[in-house]
Design a protein around this ligand. Structure first.
Ligand code: PLP
Ligand code: PMP
Length: 434
């Protein structure tokens, strides 16, 4: 892999921030090291002293004074060592990427902690995407991805998808515009990046099959592009065994994977992680050095203590509980949709995540329906248009999240929604754009 050809000029120009390098060094040194280097403030002057955080059904997390001082201090940009090593072991056990060990041909897997996977994604895009570049993705897609990608001025190419995610045959057809032999040529317009959400897609709820991933991976090899696997709903897959990931099949080191703790530990703590080829993760870390410096040390220590107390078994047991909750919410959503929406809408049952993607029959666009009529009745869903590359394109879908509402509320929303929808047909001609 020649990673240099994937980098934007800005990313290629990044150099280590000298003081950040010293912080990394200090982090790995024995506590006896006397440092006049780092420019760290003295935590004795900070008002916070200690903390104890209760954990449901488990040991409390205790931050005594020395640990609290560490929590309040700068730390290395990759993440604190004990959290990173825990995450690396987790990635190896879940995905067993072929590049875990060093190999001159296949490179080496690297990881860093990010302030939520959104930070990782945004920095990955800024590392790889130039103005005018062709970027492959399966829209409708996560609006946060569009917010990070679109200002870069790239040309987003929409690969068709269905309830099993991106359709490899459509990807193949799109790629036939180019000669794979041109991919390595300077100035070539062959796409260098493909982005997808492989499980419980936001907003579609779609999950990609293993076969489709393999086909997409083979196309990535043929046309030499990178795959960005944005998988925040990986741990919210309702069926076991969980689907093999792109990372697990990455023999060339061409996958950048973003994971998130937002759906399983906390969304507000802002913590996620990037896994991928060392030369690329290094570039992301240089960007972190120059922007946020690192994810909150307090957050990292809190999460790290919890994960070490739990061990991998305790972590997966917690995940099982989370999955049970979302599965039950999904089932409530589906039975309520069956009850109220059967005649007016259609959908596919999601196998992961927290979204039901509902297509309203006989309607061209849902924006006004949601923003005016539904809001008037105090129910809110997301009009599907916001997930499209061109958000003003008419879209007959709405996204319903089943994460936060009680079963009663889920039922009530769909009942009210059906009323709104049926009333609409009394007052509007059925074919009008609405
Ligand atoms: N990617 C997708 C597909 C998402 O749905 C979300 C959150 O909604 C994110 C990334 C951002 O997650 P985080 O909270 O880890 O930044
Ligand atoms: N600007 C200057 C001049 C600084 O010295 C520092 C920290 N050493 C920063 C910005 C970054 O501060 P923060 O830790 O709030 O990101």
């Amino acid at each position: 892999m020649n990673y240099a050809r994937f980098l934007t000029a800005v990313s290629a120009a990044r150099k280590p921030s000298p003081i950040r390098v010293l912080t990394e060094l200090q982090q790995r040194s024995p506590p006896s090291l006397i440092s006049l280097a780092g420019g760290s403030p003295n935590p004795n002057t900070f008002p916070f002293q200690s903390a104890s955080i209760k954990v449901k059904g488990g040991e409390a997390l205790v931050m005594d004074e020395p640990l609290m001082k560490r929590a309040l201090q700068y730390s290395g940009s990759y993440g604190i060592p004990e959290l990173l090593s825990w995450m690396k072991d987790l990635q190896k056990s879940l995905h067993n990427p072929p590049t875990t060990g060093y190999s001159p041909e296949r490179g080496q897997m690297e990881m860093c902690v990010t302030t939520g996977s959104q930070e990782g994604l945004c920095k990955i895009f800024e590392m790889l995407v130039n103005s005018g570049d062709n970027v492959l993705l399966d829209a409708p897609t996560y609006s946060g991805t569009l917010a990070a990608l679109q200002p870069l001025g790239c040309n987003l190419i929409n690969v068709a998808s269905d309830q099993h995610g991106m359709i490899p045959a459509d990807l193949r057809k799109i790629l036939e515009r180019w000669d794979p032999a041109d991919a390595q040529k300077p100035g070539s317009s062959v796409p260098r990046v493909l982005y997808t959400i492989p499980n419980g897609g936001n907003p579609t709820g779609a999950s990609m099959t293993c076969e489709r991933k393999q086909e997409v991976y083979e196309l990535a090899r043929k046309y030499d592009f990178l795959i960005i696997e944005d998988d925040p709903y990986y741990f919210l897959q309702f069926q076991k065994p969980w689907a093999p990931t792109f990372l697990s099949m990455d023999v060339d080191s061409r996958v950048l994977r973003t994971d998130s703790f937002s759906k399983i530990l906390s969304s507000g703590l802002r913590i996620g992680f990037v896994t991928g080829p060392k030369p690329l993760v290094e570039r992301v870390v240089l960007h972190i050095q120059a922007s946020t410096m690192h994810t909150s040390t307090f957050t990292q220590l809190m999460v790290s203590q919890l994960l070490h107390n739990w061990g991998p078994g305790g972590f997966l047991k917690h995940i099982d509980g989370v999955i049970e909750f979302y599965r039950s919410q999904r089932n409530t959503m589906l039975s309520s949709a069956d009850k109220w929406l059967k005649d007016v809408a259609e959908w596919h049952p999601p196998m992961a995540g927290m979204f039901l993607w509902i297509k309203l029959k006989g309607i061209k666009d849902t924006q006004q329906l949601i923003m005016e009529r539904a809001l008037e009745k105090e129910v809110l869903l997301v009009p599907g248009g916001v997930f499209h590359i061109n958000s003003s394109d008419p879209c007959p879908y709405v996204r319903a999240a089943f994460s936060l509402s009680t079963p009663q509320q889920i039922d009530e929303v769909q009942h009210i929604f059906t009323d709104i929808f049926i009333n609409l047909f009394y007052i509007m001609p059925a074919n009008s754009i609405y």
